[in-house]
Ligand binder design. Structure first.
Ligand code: URA
Length: 218
């Protein structure tokens, strides 16, 4: 089975596969549905970990697939791995990650209870913003993660995650404090912890976001 077959099996379409015969794709998706949920997670992760669909694969140290509880009620979605995440292969493990961990812990959510993933699975050099091609290429992995997890609520952390999931260009100021839906799943938006480290006065607002989040999970 080559990489394309693998991606099809996961329901992930690559650019060149769009013209592929429909029946072939259907057969592969049927095969894929015979896997257990855990197997689908494992296959998806395996796929992502060898991904070379965009140029970030040339500069990454590790693919940061996501981590946490595959039965979590809460899915936290950030932007992209930073330097520490790239080195360790885990999301939100740097200073910002520690802050996010503490914020969630303050409402009783340990990391083992939740699932954390990013829009991009590989670090953009110098932590620049993801470009539209990278987002379009990488997000099928995230969409599969959402489908597998079927969370009770999604917390979009920062502008890039919120704008992608809500398909909007609105600024953070407009997105925070409202309840959205991602398909049928409630979605809240909060500040990115890297921003909170630069603007600690905004932590009060992010505390409000945590309290709002808590009400959904009770
Ligand atoms: N910033 C993010 O958005 N995600 C991470 O995993 C780390 C930093």
């Amino acid at each position: 089975m080559d990489k394309k077959d693998y991606l099809n099996l996961m329901g992930i379409e690559t650019w060149s596969e769009k013209a592929e015969d429909d029946s072939v794709t259907k057969a592969k998706i049927t095969a894929h549905s015979s896997l257990s949920k855990d197997q689908r997670w494992d296959e998806l992760e395996k796929c992502a970990k060898v991904c070379t669909l965009c140029d970030l694969s040339k500069t990454r140290t590790h693919v940061v697939f996501g981590s946490g509880n595959r039965n979590a009620q809460l899915l936290v979605i950030g932007e992209a791995p930073g330097q520490n995440e790239d080195l360790q292969g885990l999301p939100f493990v740097g200073r910002g990650g520690q802050l996010l961990t503490n914020m969630l812990r303050s409402i009783g959510l340990d990391r083992e209870k939740i699932y954390i993933a990013n829009i991009l699975k590989c670090r953009p050099p110098q932590n620049r913003d993801p470009n539209p091609i990278e987002v379009a290429t990488c997000t099928p992995y995230l969409l599969q993660q959402i489908e597998l997890l079927q969370p009770k609520i999604i917390l979009a952390v920062g502008r890039i995650a919120a704008q992608f999931l809500l398909n909007t260009d609105e600024a953070m100021a407009k997105l925070r404090g409202q309840e959205f839906r991602y398909h049928d799943t409630p979605l809240l938006v909060t500040y990115h912890p890297a921003y909170l480290l630069r603007a600690p006065r905004e932590k009060r607002k992010s505390w409000d976001d945590m309290l709002r989040l808590q009400t959904y999970l009770q």
